[in-house]
Design a binder for this molecule. Structure first.
Ligand code: PHE
Ligand code: ZN
Length: 899
């Protein structure tokens, strides 16, 4: 096998497709060994296109049976097939093309196209999977009406689902049965789906706000019917929320969600037939944690919201991916925030929103900042790619959502809503670009701010890298005046560095939310543009700018980038005392969290340096006092305190260290955790007792927050003194009434405990849950990331009969967790972690290139690591690159990492 040829696709090369395909009729004879697909396409040559322009259709892993035009078979020679393209020439301006081909679902381990999971058949077409089902114009700007006929045996496939409405069903003379589906909405082929199998269904009927009756359904494996209540309720909440907040209604009579055990990603927004990774559907109190409940609601929302942002208005080409993903992530973030804040008074709602913002920013910093500083750095609208599957990234999704959020901040809620209305007014039913979206927003922005526009803002779509904003404060005591200067830097990153002319990029439009506190921690009123507020929004559109505030008697303490108003890194010369003051008093709960995190970051980095120098580590009392004050503050709710008292993640910390030394960071972070655990033991114990949840389980933010704080307290107690607290963890493990508490206890035992009890708990957990794959995934993940798990232990886990690389969730639970979230294990001094990584990337690549390429990215930032680690990482990458037969997916990742 040869490594697949690297072909780079460039954004500027876009050409419209020369033919329209207004309708497609598909007929499937479903059989896992060999499924026959008949496709009948109506073809219309676009005006002005030369008559000799071939109709080029893509196909992959298909066996062609026949081709006919307007009912007449075309002999071989009447068409060509090369490099995965079927070309037909000499077609009339309008005609019907019929193609019959076979595919082999049971042999399809890529989980793209038509594949088998359990005893059922599923499809996955985004981004370029439809070409594995039939030859087609597999690009998002070709939109067609679908009529789909599914035929199969009733025994194997009692249920036959596709997009849209069921228009016909019945038995066939040969003993099989069939179902005919019609989707009234023209769509790109990446939104096509079918499901065939034996699944159970939970459903409800509801009415849209314009009074249409709709049917909502959640399908899953027989036996899991008790685990779909939350998903169905989340779906109904999503429907209501999109009506209330965006005025967007469901446009179908029926909306289906189907859970698949084998799935490459989180979920897929196929029109009216969403297919989900079962991990984002199934939940009950015994098997799902609070984090699972939250994630299910968010992903159900995300896919539902795609119905408008993605499906009704779709992408012109895959460079525009963030048009639908950034926007839809922003929408699902707001949905979750609204659900968390619902029914609470103003202060509690603000805290709940801050909790959601904290979680999202923590994700951005841990996943997107490193991407933006490494060899895969790309703008949210990439300029080129080899394999589009590699661009479903934290940048396109999470930074893309930040870029939408900044537009929301600049326009305000009402302005943003007006911009969305305008976007749909202009583009409903079309395949469009990111520029089209900004144009709609800009039309509102210009009305709100005459003379201003979003031309500088648009650079967020074309520049990669995390901007740095440095802040200086000049206080004039005599004049009681404070001048704030913001300066931005946008240095070249990733491939940009190869272009000598582009070392420093032009400034961006950065909305920067600022507050000032007096030395006692009280908010100072700030006047800007004639309005006086505690938070002002500074719009930085040049390299540097200044703002002056009056009536500031003493040197103030700045509260910077409130609510994380832009995805940037702030440089400011804090004192620890100022951070401690903000951590106790900042009226903006997000910035208050940030201050504590910054204080902890400084101490961990200082200790990592001490660790490297062989010096003793130390915990500064400022931090311990700040943590104690937060823990004791009666005005803070439990969910917020749980976030504020958590130390920054190793990934976030790594971005602050040059060169990166993960074992030193882990040692420093663990030291501080243990010190906080030991010195605040009384308070942790009190928090543990005060935050018990009793009665029927509820995943609502209140009880979930209490469980988070209780389990964090347990983790600190165990870190501080395992011997003294192990009994507490054991008791919690045995008596746990829900999975959050059971996992919290097991994690404390596995990471900090000792003696037979640890092994017994691991064995007990396995025995209890061996029949539930999603729980066994948690069991593998917990062990893969445990502090004592080295490569040998990871390999031992892989030898467990329940392990398989073929199921992506299982591979992620063990192999990915070890390589991405067990820094000590991966970076073992003997290089065994790197060998393990290379071996698993290659093993996975032979089965599932998309999933393998994600694992391949674990070495992205090798060049920024400490020399002793760097050489081993580079060598492992080199071994993968040299392997014959690499997929295009993995080849792109390792080549970019090494170039
Ligand atoms: N479009 C999906 C989502 O974000 C993600 C996805 C991409 C799923 C590619 C499968 C394959 O909602
Ligand atoms: Zn999405």
């Amino acid at each position: 096998m040869r490594t697949e040829q690297a072909v780079t696709v460039a954004r500027g090369d876009y050409l419209p497709y020369p033919y329209a395909i207004p309708s497609i009729a598909l007929e499937f004879d479903l059989d896992p060994a060999r499924t026959r697909v008949l496709s009948r396409l109506s073809i219309e040559r676009q005006p002005g296109v030369p008559a000799d322009t071939p109709l080029a259709l893509k196909g992959e892993d298909l066996a062609l049976v026949s081709v006919a035009v307007d009912g007449s078979p075309i002999a071989e020679g009447g068409y060509t097939i090369s490099d995965g393209v079927l070309r037909l020439t000499g077609l009339p301006a309008a005609c019907e093309v019929e193609i019959v081909s076979d595919c082999r679902p049971a042999e399809n381990s890529t989980l793209m196209g038509l594949y088998v999971s359990g005893a059922s058949l599923f499809t996955q077409c985004e981004a370029e999977g439809f070409r594995r089902i039939t030859w087609f114009a597999d690009r998002p700007d070709v939109m067609s009406r679908y009529r789909v006929t599914l035929r199969g045996t009733r025994a194997d496939y009692p249920l036959l689902l596709s997009n849209g409405n069921l228009v016909d069903a019945g038995d066939l003379p040969d003993g099989r049965h069939q179902a005919v589906w019609e989707d009234p909405h023209p769509k790109p082929c990446y939104l096509f789906a079918l499901v065939a199998g034996n699944l159970t269904c939970r459903e409800l009927r509801t009415r849209t706000r314009s009074g249409r009756d709709v049917l909502l359904q959640v399908y899953s494996d027989p036996g899991s019917e008790s685990q779909t209540e939350w998903a169905l309720a989340s779906l109904e909440r999503s429907l209501r929320w999109d009506e209330d907040r965006f005025g967007l209604e469901l446009d179908l009579d029926r909306f289906m969600v189907v859970a698949a055990r084998d799935f490459n990603m989180g979920a897929m927004e196929n029109k009216g037939l969403n297919i989900f990774n079962a991990a984002y559907v199934l939940a009950d109190p015994d098997t799902a944690t609070d984090a699972n409940y939250l994630a299910i609601e968010a992903v159900i929302g995300h896919e539902y919201f795609h119905n408008w942002t993605g499906n009704r208005v779709t992408c012109r080409d895959w460079f525009q991916l963030s048009l639908k993903e950034g926007l839809t992530v922003f929408r699902d973030q707001e949905f979750t925030a609204d659900m968390m804040a619902r029914g609470q008074d103003a202060a509690a709602a603000a805290s709940a929103r801050a909790v959601k913002r904290i979680d999202d920013v923590a994700t951005l910093r841990a996943a997107q900042f490193p991407e933006d500083a490494g060899p895969m750095a790309h703008p949210i609208r990439p300029e080129s790619y080899q394999e589009i599957g590699n661009f479903y990234t934290a940048t396109v999704y999470e930074k893309g959502a930040e870029v939408i959020r900044m537009q929301h901040t600049l326009l305000g809620e009402a302005g943003f809503r007006a911009g969305m209305d305008e976007y749909f007014r202009r583009h409903d039913g079309q395949a469009v670009t990111c520029d089209d979206f900004v144009d709609a927003m800009e039309s509102v922005y210009r009305d709100l701010h005459p003379g201003r526009d979003l031309s500088v803002f648009r650079r967020w779509y074309q520049q990669a890298g995390t901007p740095r904003v440095s802040v200086t404060l000049d206080h004039d005591a005599a004049a009681q005046r404070c001048t704030v200067t913001l300066s931005q830097r946008n240095p070249a990153v990733g491939v940009e560095k190869q272009d000598a002319s582009a070392q420093e990029k032009p400034p961006l439009h950065i909305p920067f939310a600022l507050g000032l506190l007096d030395p006692q921690g009280r908010a100072l009123p700030l006047t800007l543009d004639g309005k006086t507020q505690e938070t002002v929004l500074l719009e930085l559109t040049t390299a540097s700018a200044q703002w002056t505030f009056e009536n500031i008697p003493a040197q103030p303490i700045p509260s910077l980038l409130r609510d994380f108003s832009a995805p940037v890194i702030v440089d400011y010369p804090w004192t620890d005392a100022a951070l401690a003051l903000l951590s106790a008093h900042d009226g903006n709960p997000f910035a208050r969290w940030e201050a504590g995190q910054e204080l902890a970051t400084r101490q961990i980095l200082a200790n990592a340096a001490r660790h490297q120098a062989g010096e003793p580590l130390a915990a500064d009392p400022t931090l311990v006092d700040a943590w104690r004050a937060t823990l004791r503050d009666p005005k803070l709710d439990a969910a917020y305190r749980a976030r504020a008292l958590m130390l920054p993640s190793e990934k976030t910390l790594a971005e602050r260290m040059q060169p990166i030394d993960p074992p030193a960071l882990a040692a420093a972070r663990d030291f501080l955790r243990a010190e906080l655990g030991r010195q605040l033991a009384q308070d942790w114990r009190a928090a543990y007792q005060d935050n018990q949840t009793e009665g029927a389980f509820s995943p609502a933010p209140g009880p979930a927050g209490r469980r988070a704080l209780k389990n964090l307290s347990l983790a600190y107690l165990m870190a501080g003194d395992a011997a003294a607290n192990q009994a507490l963890a054991e008791t919690q493990y045995r008596g746990a009434a829900n999975m959050t508490d059971r996992m919290g206890a097991l994690s404390a035992l596995v990471n900090e405990g000792s003696g037979d009890a640890v092994g017994q708990a691991i064995a007990d957990f396995h025995t209890r849950w061996q029949h539930d794959p999603l729980v066994i995934d948690k069991w593998f993940a917990l062990q893969a990331t445990a502090r004592g798990t080295d490569v040998a232990a990871a390999r031992a886990l892989m030898a467990h009969p329940a392990f398989t690389l073929r199921n992506p969730n299982r591979a992620r639970a063990l192999v990915f967790q070890f390589c991405l979230n067990n820094a000590r294990g991966l970076h073992a001094a003997d290089g065994a972690g790197y060998d393990f990584w290379a071996e698993q990337v290659l093993a996975l690549d032979a089965l599932n290139p998309e999933v393998a390429a994600r694992l391949a990215r674990a070495m992205d930032n090798w060049a920024r690591y400490a020399p002793a680690l760097r050489t081993g990482m580079q060598a492992a990458l080199g071994r993968v690159r040299a392997h014959a037969g690499l997929s295009r997916n993995v080849a792109e990742i390792v080549a970019k990492a090494l170039d």
